[in-house]
Write a protein that binds this ligand. Structure first.
Ligand code: GTP
Ligand code: MG
Length: 273
């Protein structure tokens, strides 16, 4: 449980933490770090080979934090190199490209890789995760919208940020909040503080919104089948409406999901005698 809490000489002031980046190749991990540390952007893709390491100092409240950043290569080829570096981490910058659905779908696999490498005694609960939905400057190519990303992150208790390493949007805010959360975690005995957002909606609500998004037609959306009666449709509708009503549900994407359910019910009832 306390394996990840960093040791420090002066408990009042200085703190040393380890941060890693994770996510598919080419999503912008190195550029996000470069943007924050060096205030610049490189448009040419220079794949990270294995791991890049850097040290930086930041101030959080009255504490000086020495941050060791391990920027990981996302390519599967470097798995053997990466797996040496997961342990003793306090913070993860987990990045996907909003224009590459694959990189968003891969986030669960990244968590699984980390969990596997930490082994049975590793604890992911005392690590701060900052999810970066990166390349938001490329609005034309965007295929993972904010509510989908936010829902995934917040339902796991992770921080979520919309970022662009190119323009710098969201980058300072992300790092600032990330470091404050890590310090809070260290001061909280290694427990991740409960965020308002993660406490305010249930797993059932999050799963239902995801299911609605991925449903192939109105029947599928309401969880009924062709041939079912008006009563069955209405019953299924009422159950979803209670779960997702905007007055009751603040999960990202709930408003759109609620509207979709209303429309699905209207469409189905039109065709049932
Ligand atoms: P690996 O090291 O191979 O795992 O990749 P990476 O995730 O570190 O990606 P990197 O930071 O090297 O960026 C990959 C490419 O995306 C580069 O060509 C960057 O210029 C570009 N890029 C990174 N961030 C952004 C961004 O926010 N907007 C745009 N438009 N391009 C970006
Ligand atoms: Mg890189």
């Amino acid at each position: 449980m306390e394996a990840n809490i960093p040791k420090r000489k002066d408990p009042g002031k200085s703190l040393r933490i380890k941060v890693i980046s994770m996510g598919n190749a080419e999503v912008g991990k190195s550029c996000i770090i470069k943007r924050y540390c060096e205030k610049r952007f490189v448009s040419k893709y220079l794949a990270t080979i294995g791991i890049d390491y850097g040290v930086t100092k930041v101030q959080v409240r009255d504490r000086e934090i020495k941050v060791n950043i391990f920027d990981m290569a996302g390519h599967p080829f470097f798995y053997e190199v990466r797996n040496e570096f997961y342990k003793d981490t306090q913070g993860v910058i987990l990045v996907y490209d909003v224009g590459q659905k694959d990189s968003f779908d891969a986030l669960d696999a990244w968590l699984a890789e980390m969990k596997q490498d930490l082994g049975p005694h590793g604890n992911m609960e005392n690590i701060v995760f900052a999810v970066c939905a990166n390349k938001i400057d490329c609005a034309k190519h965007r295929c993972v919208d904010e509510s989908e990303g936010r829902l995934w992150a917040e339902s796991k208790g992770f921080l979520y940020f919309e970022t662009s390493a190119q323009t710098g949007e969201g980058i300072s805010e992300m790092f600032q909040t990330f470091y404050v959360s890590i310090v809070d975690l260290c001061e909280n005995g290694g427990k991740r503080p409960i965020t308002n957002s993660s406490a305010s909606f249930t797993k059932e609500q999050a799963d239902t919104i995801r299911r609605i998004r991925n449903s192939k037609d109105s029947w599928d959306m309401l969880g009924v089948k062709p041939g079912d009666s008006r009563d069955e449709v209405n019953k299924a509708y009422r159950k979803l409406a209670v779960l997702l009503h905007p007055d009751k549900c603040v999960a990202p994407g709930s408003e759109d999901a609620f509207k979709a359910v209303v429309n699905a019910r209207t469409a189905l009832l039109k065709n049932i005698k």
